[in-house]
Design a protein. Structure first.
Length: 405
């Protein structure tokens, strides 16, 4: 069958889809990956065939983000149930529809729909911000589903709002956009016919109204090389410190005092590998980048920002974790990890040196945390691999497309 992937030009969104795209390709299916022209190189670096859509000089995400209203509570640290929903969440979600959905999708929408009508994919897979993929599927009658790169806070929010809020902003935008493209509005435009979820059950957030396809997380972070020092067994317990590429590449800085964090670790008998710049204590190896899937098996503990890919990479290797979450759904993921027992979570504003040191000592010495981390790794290993998921996607395509394979 023909499979079209779609993602906004964000590495986090894209990386989460790559192993599944590989699995479909190696199963013999035709795979194309649609994204903006300036992001096509990331697609081809992953060994996939890119389809550039939209103008090369489209307004980038940072410019759009600067236009978005400030000071609103984001729906990322979300209401896990309707009873937690507030007017602030509703206001923030309306702003998200305008900026994160409307403005981000507008540059690629027409080209993507035109390509779908021409190529006629059987299945369209899109990450949860790329609604252009849902419209493209509707335009050619394809089955379609979302591939999550975190918790399904968007799907849960969409379904709750659709049930409880008449004439909600998302449905209004979906109806208007569908009409402008000459495609019918159906409820599956909100969240797809199904959703691929790569989180193990203790970390999931799901809606009973949606169909989920579990898939084991496989780490991919772009082209990488394993440095020579990483092939050597560490002489002391190794602690990984990584605070996320988004913090430095896109948002201008970290949400914790890195110097204080490293100073706290400098008083411990550990080796620290930190993806930071600048002077560091003697027991810290500062590196600009290291492939986390190669680093994780050598670590006794990890400290990070709580991002989806980072958290799951360490989790699949059974590494106890301290998350310092700030944005998106990282606070929710951090809480779920702590509730499962495989780690601890600390608000960045409270991440002083003594708190960091105490937390790391717990990760290294607490048998319960280490056992829970090993148990979580076992749950991840038991999930269907991307290759195993292909057969289920074929079934769902037949069900919702009803056409050729």
């Amino acid at each position: 069958m023909k499979v079209l992937f779609c993602a906004l030009p964000q590495l986090t969104h894209f990386y989460a889809t790559v192993p599944l795209a590989w699995a479909l390709r190696t199963a013999g299916h035709e795979v194309r990956y649609a994204t903006s022209p300036d992001f096509a190189e990331a697609v081809t670096d992953a060994g996939l065939t890119a389809v550039p859509v939209g103008p090369a000089d489209a307004e980038d995400d940072e410019e759009i983000a600067e236009e978005a209203p400030a000071g609103l509570p984001a729906p990322y640290d979300l209401a896990e149930s309707g009873s937690d929903w507030t007017d602030g969440h509703a206001e923030a979600f309306d702003a998200m529809v305008t900026y994160a959905f409307g403005e981000f999708n507008a540059p690629i929408l027409d080209d993507l729909v035109a390509f779908a009508r021409s190529w006629q994919p059987d299945l369209v897979l899109w990450e949860p911000f790329t609604y252009a993929g849902a419209f493209a599927a509707a335009a050619c009658g394809a089955a379609h589903g979302r591939v999550l790169f975190g918790t399904d806070f968007l799907g849960v929010t969409h379904e709750w709002i659709h049930t409880h809020v008449p004439d909600d902003r998302l449905t209004e935008w979906l109806r208007t956009t569908a009409a402008s493209l000459g495609v019918p509005y159906t409820d599956d435009l909100r969240s797809g016919h199904f959703t691929v979820d790569q989180l193990p059950s203790p970390l999931r957030l799901s809606s009973p109204e949606l169909e989920y396809v579990p898939a084991r997380y496989v780490a991919y972070g772009g082209p990488a090389e394993v440095p020579a020092w990483l092939r050597e067994t560490p002489a002391r317990p190794r602690i990984a410190v990584t605070l996320g590429t988004s913090a430095t590449l896109e948002y201008g800085g970290y949400t914790v005092q890195v110097n204080d964090l490293l100073a706290a670790l400098s008083t411990m008998d550990v080796e620290v590998v930190a993806t930071v710049d600048g002077p560091v204590p003697d027991n810290v190896r500062a590196v600009p980048y290291v492939p986390l899937d190669a680093l994780a098996p050598t670590c006794a503990a990890a400290i990070h920002h709580g991002g989806f890919g980072t958290l799951l990479t360490f989790a699949r290797h059974g590494v106890p974790q301290l998350t310092l979450p700030h944005d998106f759904d990282a606070p929710l993921l951090g809480r779920k990890l702590a509730a499962q027992g495989a780690g601890l979570t600390v608000d960045p504003a409270q991440a002083g040196g003594r708190r960091i040191r105490w937390s790391v000592e717990q990760l290294l010495r607490n048998d319960g945390i280490q056992a829970a981390a090993a148990g979580l790794a076992g749950e991840i290993a038991a999930m269907p691999s991307p290759n195993d998921v292909v057969a289920r996607l074929e079934e769902l395509t037949t069900k919702h497309r009803g056409g050729r394979l």
